[in-house]
Write a protein that binds this ligand. Sequence first.
Ligand SMILES: [Zn+2]
Length: 283
Amino acid sequence: MPELPEVETVKRGLAPAMEGAVIVKAAVNRPDLRWPFPPAMAQRLTGARVNALRRRSKYILADLDTDETLLIHLGMSGRMTVSGDPLGRFVHEHPQAEKHDHVVLDMDNGARITFNDPRRFGAMDLLETAAADSHKLLSVLGPEPLGNDFHEGHLIAAFKGRNTPVKSALLDQGIIAGLGNIYVCEALFRAGISPRRKAGQIAAHRVAALVPIIRQVLQDAIRAGGSSLKDFRQASGELGYFQHSFDAYGREGEPCRREGCAGSIARITQSGRSTFYCVKCQR
Ligand SMILES: [Zn+2]
């Protein structure tokens, strides 16, 4: 499941093919994904120029010159593929159409953007650009972890009095936008905080220390994603899934990597999802 760094990587991969280009043809091959597509989506996209691509949480937002914004969510299994870029950044020919190619955008620069999603948990919507922040999916989001509104004071206030485990608090999209299971595990490992500890019971200085750690964990992953984009020419043209090594996530039973710690990584279930952490050094 793509998390914030993967979505950021997809956005960066799409940018050279989409920004400044006009959508000359939009094929919308089914009425819905997770939710119905907006009315007349293909017509509303056709002829629109993409002014800019941006990311909010795990959503990619394409601001169009029609005063509308195309919202893209990859869901669980969504894949974006770029083919046929005429400027030579991507050498892929247009691939054969595949079964789950639900939306295909042909750009006036020759690039083709294909959204493929076998499980259809993804989403696309068109919203009025000026009112984008009040869209039902976006208005509930807390600050971006890499933005200025995410800071020590915010996190300390958000944790105050909270009786839920810190892991649940960090997964709460209203407290911080875009953090998912993997990077919460990684951030808590780096911070040496037990994922089971109640958010409201963590000393303020330790909560404050989480802020730069969360940023660093995400930035490290985004950097790994950026490296994957450099290899793009040899790859399939598919964006956003890259090799990345984790210190805690997925390492059940393996030795803890913290210097001087003789513990090993355990897996527990919290709110139905796997948590990986070192019982010995995460307190
Ligand atoms: Zn350890």
